[in-house]
Design a binder for this molecule. Sequence first.
Ligand code: UGA
Length: 469
Amino acid sequence: MGVELETGWHVAVIGCGYVGTVVAASFARLGHRVTGVEINEEKLADLQAGKAHFYEPGLDLLLRVGLSRSLLSFTAVAAEAVAGADAVFLCVDAPEDPERGADLTSVRSAIAAIAPHVSPEQVVVTKSTLPVGAAEWVATTLRRETGFDVPVVVNPEFLREGAAVDDFLHPSRVVFGGDDVPALGRVEALYRPILDQSFESAREGDIPEIIVTNRASAEMIKYAANTFLASRLSLINEIAQICDAVGADIEDVAAGLGTDPRIGSRYLRAGLGWGGSCFDKDLAIFAGVAREAGVRPTLIEAARSANKAHRVWVFEKIATLAGSLADKRVALLGISFKPETDDLRDAPAVELAQRFIAAGAQVTAHDPVVKGVPDLPELAFASDAHGAATGADLVVLATEWDEYAELDFATLAPLVARRLVIDTRNFLDAPAVAGAGFEYHAIGRPGDLPHRGRPGGHTMPATAQRSVQ
Ligand code: UGA
């Protein structure tokens, strides 16, 4: 990994969860001096030792390099980070609150912690996803606490878990929301190496778009982006259900849609339903913002309910194929909400496991990084896919980790009780699975599929298709 010369910019990052840790480590990677604030003692100790408390490819290496170059440090004391910082990034969590929309407790604490130490020369940047209007409220609260104006800039994050470092360093766009020109200039300066793709190992041809707007619009862009992506997935999953019923192939349908430049090919993979910590929370909060503004969020709510219904539809399809699930042994491959993360928040695979268990099945899971689900002790774990499949009446692929594409079903065949595979991500090599003697079923694909070859126009392997998502 290339290292940059020290830039002289100082950054404070308040809250080192998924977003804050990536922001802190990546800014240090660019040569800025970064101090991250984390009040959870265990997480802080890990960070100080160069280890994130979650699995994110490439992040631990960035942490170790930043720490060893003394460009990166972590503390529990906000004063240490804020003193001398050019910009203070608020990266604390703002979970959904069923009563009030978003729970801003952590944001309130962060403001209280930084207020005694900020100055009007600094800029506070809201990076956490906060409801539309929150930056205005942050500015007002800071003014009340400090007695002067502190510039507040909105800079939403578009980081996908599992690809977060890459997304930060090589974004498609960077959004800045605010009206204080010098403050916007300072935040832009921090991003300069990214905006110009001028750091070592940057991608020269991939210059991101810069969008400068007012704070409310910047906040809207984040919610609108997640709503668009989630709605698109709800729609493609509903189309997959129709394909299933009429004997069409969703992979060919998606290829036919995706080649229309007005539609585009990404986020068109049908599967088990979308999950993770962001989509459902953000859509729920966005719907609340709409209602408060007097707008009926019909489509936003439909995207959420369609996703919930789709997960049930997949479960029922599996139950039908299995005959009955009572006393059946299920091998469940993949548990995290998507590959390359250990995040279990709103993971469709966990919901599927819960439904199997409630139906009386014994479920043994395997996941390359997740080794247990705290709230689901009935879910057994095997150390590899073969262990999970031993004695199984059905093998269900729930999360499309790359290693499952390499799985040799011929070696699995003698281990299982019944040769039945249900691929809820349309990910496996269907002919290879069928060739090993398994009955193979996918989502929204016709039953004669194994004789027809690979999905997606039959040109690109499923793994390659996924890597371009
Ligand atoms: C999402 C957005 O993609 C990020 O831009 C955003 O910054 C982030 O939320 C956030 O708000 O913090 P993330 O939740 O990490 O990122 O995951 P995605 O890669 O977007 O996937 C979300 C869900 O959609 C997963 O369950 C995934 O399996 C599913 N998905 C995605 C599909 O079912 N099909 C697809 O074609 C793509």
